[in-house]
Design a protein around this ligand. Sequence first.
Ligand code: FUB
Length: 455
Amino acid sequence: MASALRRAGLVIVALLCTATLVTGPARADNPIIQTIYTADPAPLVHNGRVYLYTGHDEDGSTYFTMKEWRVWSSADMVNWTDHGSPMSVSTFAWASADAWAGQTVERNGKFYWYVPVKDRASGQMAIGVGVSTSPTGPFTDAIGRPLVRNGEIDPTVFIDDNGQAYLYWGNPNLWYVRLNADMISYSGSPTQIPLTTAGFGTRTGNASRPTLYEEGPWVFKRNGLYYNVFAARCCSEFIAYSTAPGPTGPWTYRGTVMPTQGGSFTNHAGIVDFNGGSYFFYHNGALPGGGGFTRSVAVEKFTYNADGTIPTITMTTAGAPQVGTLNPYVRQEAETIAWESGVETERAGEGGMNVGWIENGDYIKVKGVAFGSGATSFTARVASASSGGRIELRLDGANGQVVGTCTVPGTGGWQTWTTVTCPVSGATGTHDLYFRYAGGSGYLFNVNWWQFNGG
Ligand code: FUB
């Protein structure tokens, strides 16, 4: 991925520079993750942040080759922090492959991550459930076996106001079962939701699948109305939805949410309300090297119509507007990124994640940074097994005004960390901050976290 993105990054840098010259700061923030290919977004709002659970398409994949799930989070919908992979196929001792589309819900201080994964013994797709006390994991297998197994995929979980939880899933059918309050067992048997054309629209040209329902249900409730947003038709898919007066139906087809767009023959929706706005997450093939098996997650802000219907949402490169600003005077993780070119992330030896594989000319953009009356210095946690390099602190573009330059020494190892500080001047007000990395050839250094001082 890095090399594909790096090559394409040169083009993007050129385009962004042009945009900077012509229109001011570059605005392209979709797809929201650029370090790896991601798919099947499932957002969760918890304690003032949006946690985003995704799959991970392997580089150069020619099938849904997915070995792990990933977690990201944001307080402002534009700067996303990479929390790595707290759950993978190997979390489930009984599973052999296919870390496909799941969803995480919180109940009583625990986070339950429902995922489709291949059951080794039967070769069938099954639904597993991971559990953690933190939204970022690590997650363990909650029950040591599949929760349900009928060869179908794409679980979504919804907890109704009365506390009753429902697990829905399915392709080619659509199933639900009532989960018990422990969230890891259920009552009754899995039940099929009738796929009628009144409920899920009419598909033409496929006698065995007369309705538009394909996969990827996302069920939620708003103002007393139950919504099922799903991937429709195949292929290429679009996103459609149905509504119902209750959690088990009867469902009425309501039309298109997102038309077929974006260079991936699948799409997958996740919807949340956050900080007074509504957000629609999806995936496409928009990154360099992207396509049906190398997808990327993106987000749009939208407003429900007055009657509760969902407007048609189209894919943009601008993405959602920022909620508030980012505070540079508290420690920020280096892997909090609005846009980047050329870098990757990894687990840091001293905890959390770090940014690595940094080469001369790579950059990270952090959007909407509120410097206020002015920063006086900059501190970063860095490591380098080579001879290091420089972090250029620039405003509003990868070639923008330099407000400081920090020299990073060789530290004797990529996980041998030290803290460097350098003076800053001219950073006042709110700007997009670009860390532009400079130095010789090869990998320069890693960055774990940063913080401005003053203000
Ligand atoms: O990512 C693998 C599969 O592709 C998902 O389970 C489906 O929803 C589709 O996005």
